[in-house]
Design a protein around this ligand. Structure first.
Ligand code: RIB
Length: 305
């Protein structure tokens, strides 16, 4: 059975440390708390889309190890179909997450493991899954060439494309032209355009620059301030939502992107979809962890009132 939403990306086991501050090199700092959570931007986005009510396939590579078991458990629980590949000669991805105990802000080191070997040929092999979807979403934690190929396969078959350019890297105009929607956060938008993003106005400027280079629409996310959209005709600020105290911001962007994909797969217009995605992001920061923090559809609609 085909899934409406297909996500290309990585799974990572997040080893999350809550502490007052990051240690300096050579220093040891006592932590407040530790958790092992499911993470990886692609997997988080797939979980977010599934919890919000979507039928979702995830294209990735994982190993045959303890962290792969965490991946399977996470996808089973969320109802995500794993449509990728298991390999015996590489580990499943893993990430170090520092969570600032006072603010909930995070700093991350991620290693994709087996997913770091995803190639354009792998993507070709997964072509049927992509062609059967309504929306494809990908990020840049797996090799850039694989993301590029997935966007191209989707575009050739009329599947709507979302690129979440995280972590940001240089993108050529040919790749931008394959994106129906590109969704950098403020830092990524600045890295991609050279425009310092410090609020809705500069976010709009960066969004317009990305559309001028070929993207169909650009959405610059601004955390609690919401998101700024330029769709080629007009620039609009969709205000953020508040769902409670910020506990942990890890995965907020993934909650946003996964639920944006879900909303677009249901045919919503971008402004309504962004309000829904903002609400999902706002809920996710009130809970610890990445995948575990993804909200269910009923919670999102309740917040929207
Ligand atoms: O976006 C948050 C995610 O980034 C974490 O779950 C971590 O695994 C990294 O991929």
């Amino acid at each position: 059975m085909a899934q409406d939403i297909v996500v290309l990306g990585i799974f990572a086991a997040d080893t999350a440390y809550r502490a007052e501050r990051m240690p300096a090199v050579g220093e040891t700092v006592a932590g407040r708390d530790f958790a092992l959570n499911a993470g990886g931007k692609g997997s988080n986005q797939a979980v977010a889309a599934a919890r919000a009510g979507g039928s979702v396939a995830l294209l990735t590579k994982i190993g045959r190890d303890t962290f792969a078991a965490l991946a399977d458990e996470t996808w089973d629980e969320a109802g995500v179909t794993f449509a990728g590949t298991r390999v015996a000669d590489a580990p499943t991805g893993a990430a170090f997450i520092f969570v600032d105990d006072a603010t909930g802000d995070n700093a991350i080191i991620v290693t994709p493991g087996a997913a770091g070997t995803i190639s354009p040929a792998d993507v070709e092999g997964w072509g049927e899954t992509i062609r059967g979807a309504r929306v494809l979403v990908t990020q840049l934690e797996q090799p850039l060439a694989a993301a590029h190929r997935a966007l191209a396969v989707a575009r050739e078959s009329g599947v709507r494309t979302i690129l979440n350019p995280a972590p940001a890297t240089e993108l050529d105009d040919a790749m931008l032209a394959l994106c129906d929607v590109i969704t950098p956060n403020g830092i990524e938008a600045a890295q991609l355009t050279g425009i310092a993003v410090d609020g809705p106005e500069s976010a709009g400027e960066a969004a317009r620059a990305l559309v001028a280079r070929g993207a169909g629409a650009a959405v610059v996310t601004l955390g609690a301030e919401g998101a700024v959209l330029h769709d080629g005709t007009e620039t609009r600020h969709v205000a953020g939502r508040i769902a409670g105290e910020v506990v942990d911001t890890t995965g907020a962007g993934d909650a946003f992107n996964g639920t944006l994909a879900l909303a677009l797969s249901e045919g919503w217009d971008l402004s309504r979809a962004l309000d829904f995605a903002n609400a999902a992001g706002a809920l996710s920061v009130t809970r610890p962890g990445a995948a575990p923090s993804m909200p269910h559809r009923a919670e999102i609609t309740a917040l929207l009132g």
